[in-house]
Design a protein around this ligand. Structure first.
Ligand SMILES: [Cu+2]
Length: 682
């Protein structure tokens, strides 16, 4: 039966591919193996230098992270000028410069349904000190044309050959380089955006929202751009009353695609749902306790979409600033950040509910979905906000102070009152405040980088060393995943604690991971007591592309909270456009085959390398399935998450202005079983 299911799956997938909007025929993925990094468990590890400061960052392939800075006087050069983009190789901990061409200062980004990443907007041409130059074409010394109207595209690669392509919005129609489908881009509209946000929509296109003409700490009516439009373009910008009503805090509105197909949008104290087709805006309740959007910059995240909650979206907001005076004539840097956390489930209820407050006030934090469903809260500051400038009260140039060095964990599965902890988490030695970023990696580590509350870099020694099937469709037949005795810790009963999750790690910037999403696939199991193996029967993605927009994502199998190494899978057709959906295939009921029954051992026959080599095998050379065989250290070390730190530009001015630098010693290393462990190797 197992084999027959697979045959029918392959044929269904092939048929769908022929319709151009169904999933492509999946190929079999290479085994991801064990995490290649080793080290002391218990904290942070400084792994390398990102060359440019990671104001914006995303995982483009399993091995390559792409980083964007703003145009500034970085030491690494490209094409005769300082670089403000780089690629970081996770396997080698090396980086290469890339050429982003125009000024990427405070741009936004996301991944499209065909796997192409876009980076949109930016700031004017600048020279030393971040000062604007009159000539929009830039020229020396930075050679950084105005990026305000830029659309940059990148098709991530692993061979060092890819680079950003600036699609000039004001020229004749251009074709986006696209390794998948060659989507032609219609006439591009003149965008006048400095700060934008995006979310990938259910057809794999992107929405580009808001912004301003010149930048600044907050927006103002003289430069506001209260519109949104789509990429690829579907016509002229559409004016949003929500954006124009919420000056000055309408930059980087916190935006999430909901399973209903509407968008939750939050800025200043207001909340709406936007129907991107009819352009109608629906008012929801005001945001309690704090301003959450930039520059208050609260942590924000869609909680896991799971079979248990019927893939219903709940958005979590934590921290920010309970301030309404956005003038800069008072000491913003000392104003305490909020501890408040609230949730909203906008497709069901227009009101917020209070959630457990954070362990300390925090602004500019990143909330990162982990494969076990918990959320890592990292980076940020206890006082002040995002932004920088030369004020009498600013810390160096920073508008924030008192960095929070210790991460925390939020567990949505725990009862109210007990969701926050930091059991087993050590402190970092490196502040991560404005323009820092954090993303989940395939091996369960979290990459943390950036932090640069300065207008420019002074050249000199100031850069501190700081630190299964390949495709899934929307509905269709279930598929099987094999777990061997090692995966199950020698006990087939653990099959009941196995989940299969898809995480889109997102585009990280300004305390947001744009497009980040956690979706648990429905699954059941057949467990075999005779040899302690099991088969997981796993559904495809629910037949609603608004639950998880098309495009690449990571897939993890998690047993008792221990994740596999993630593999990259394409969700949907691999092209931009309407996605095919079909009814979800039925799953067999979970069952436990006792040792005295016949039929045990089937799973092990499907297994990968059951020998001495501790590797997980995903995929099988003779069949279209995923087999997972893995010896894990999890029986002794429950979790092996790492936080990796890449280069961090910091506070060169800052440390002289305020000597908090040396006062943050790393806390003692711990090795606590059944806790989330971070490694420190410094
Ligand atoms: Cu910024």
């Amino acid at each position: 039966m197992f084999f027959l299911v697979l045959v029918s799956l392959a044929s269904v997938l092939a048929q769908s591919a022929a319709q151009s909007s169904g999933p492509p025929t999946p190929t079999i993925l290479s085994p991801p193996g064990q995490p290649s990094s080793t080290g002391t468990i218990g904290g942070f590890e400084i792994v390398g230098n990102s060359l440019v400061s990671a104001q914006q960052m995303f995982l483009g392939t399993l091995d390559k992270v792409f980083i964007l800075d703003k145009a500034e006087n970085n030491v690494p050069q490209i094409d005769g000028h300082p670089a403000w983009a780089s690629e970081y190789a996770l396997s080698a901990n090396t980086a290469r410069t890339m050429n982003a061409i125009t000024n990427t200062f405070c741009a936004g980004g996301t991944v499209l349904g065909n796997g192409t990443w876009i980076n949109i907007g930016g700031n004017s041409a600048v020279t030393f000190g971040g000062n604007k130059v009159d000539d929009d074409s830039g020229n020396g010394p930075y050679d950084d044309p105005d990026g305000g109207k830029s659309i940059r595209t990148l098709v991530p690669c692993d061979d060092g050959s890819c680079d950003w392509v600036d699609v000039q919005p004001m020229t004749s129609p251009t074709v986006v380089p696209n390794s998948v489908s060659g989507v032609p881009v219609p006439d591009l509209l003149p965008l006048s955006l400095t700060i934008i946000i995006r979310e990938t929509l259910q057809d794999g296109t992107a929405i580009i929202i808001g912004g301003c003409n010149n930048g600044g700490y907050v927006n103002d009516i003289g430069q506001d751009n209260p519109t949104y439009e789509f990429y690829p373009s579907t016509g002229g910008p559409i004016t949003s009353p929500f954006l124009s009503d919420n000056l000055p805090i309408n930059l980087y509105p916190l935006t999430f695609l909901l399973p209903s197909g509407r968008l939750l949008m939050q800025a200043n104290r207001a909340t709406i749902m936007l129907d991107p087709k009819t352009h109608k805006e629906y008012q929801l309740d005001d945001m309690p306790d704090a301003v959450r959007a930039y520059p208050a910059s609260a942590g924000n995240l869609m909680l896991p979409l799971t079979p248990a909650n019927n893939w219903t979206a709940t958005i979590l907001f934590c921290g920010g600033s309970d301030n309404d005076d956005w003038s800069q004539d008072w000491d913003i840097a000392s104003f305490p950040a909020s501890t408040s956390c609230v949730r909203i489930t906008p497709d069901k209820n227009q009101s917020y509910t209070k959630d457990d407050p954070m362990l300390e006030g925090r602004g500019m934090t990143n909330l990162v979905s982990l494969p076990d469903g918990r959320v890592l809260c990292v980076n940020g500051a206890k006082t002040g906000t995002a932004g920088y400038g030369n004020m009498s009260w600013s810390i160096g140039e920073s508008y924030a102070d008192n960095p929070v060095l210790t991460p925390a964990i939020y567990d949505p599965a725990k009862p109210a009152g007990s969701r926050w902890s930091r059991d087993g988490l050590n402190a970092s030695t490196i502040p991560r405040m404005y323009h820092s970023s954090a993303i989940l990696l395939p091996d369960g580590a979290v990459l943390i980088a950036g932090s640069n509350p300065n207008s420019d870099v002074n050249v000199g020694p100031k850069i501190n060393q700081r630190g299964l099937l390949s495709a899934l469709g929307y509905g269709g037949p279930a598929f099987d995943v094999q777990l061997d005795a090692d995966d199950l810790g020698g006990d087939a009963h653990n099959a009941a604690n196995a989940t299969v999750v898809i995480i889109r790690t997102g585009f990280s910037t300004h305390g947001m991971n744009m497009g980040q999403r956690f979706l648990q696939l429905d699954s059941t199991y057949t467990a075999y007591e005779a040899n302690n193996t099991a088969t997981l029967h796993v559904s495809q993605v629910p037949p609603n592309p608004a639950i998880l927009a098309p495009g690449p994502a990571l897939l993890f199998v998690v047993v008792n909270g221990v994740p596999s190494v993630g593999v990259q899978v394409m969700i949907g057709s691999g092209t931009i456009g309407k996605q095919a959906t079909s009814a979800i295939g039925e799953l067999p009921a979970s069952s436990f085959v006792s040792a005295t029954s016949t039929g045990g051992g089937e799973a092990q026959d499907q297994g990968g390398n059951n020998g001495a080599s501790p590797r997980m095998a995903i995929g099988h050379t003779t069949r279209t399935t995923w087999t997972w065989t893995r010896t894990y250290t999890w029986r002794t070390d429950a979790f092996r998450f790492r936080i990796i730190i890449t280069s961090h530009r910091l506070f060169s001015d800052f440390s002289t202005a305020r000597t908090f630098h040396g006062t943050y010693a790393p806390s003692t290393s711990i090795n606590h079983p059944h806790a989330l462990l971070l490694r420190i190797v410094t």
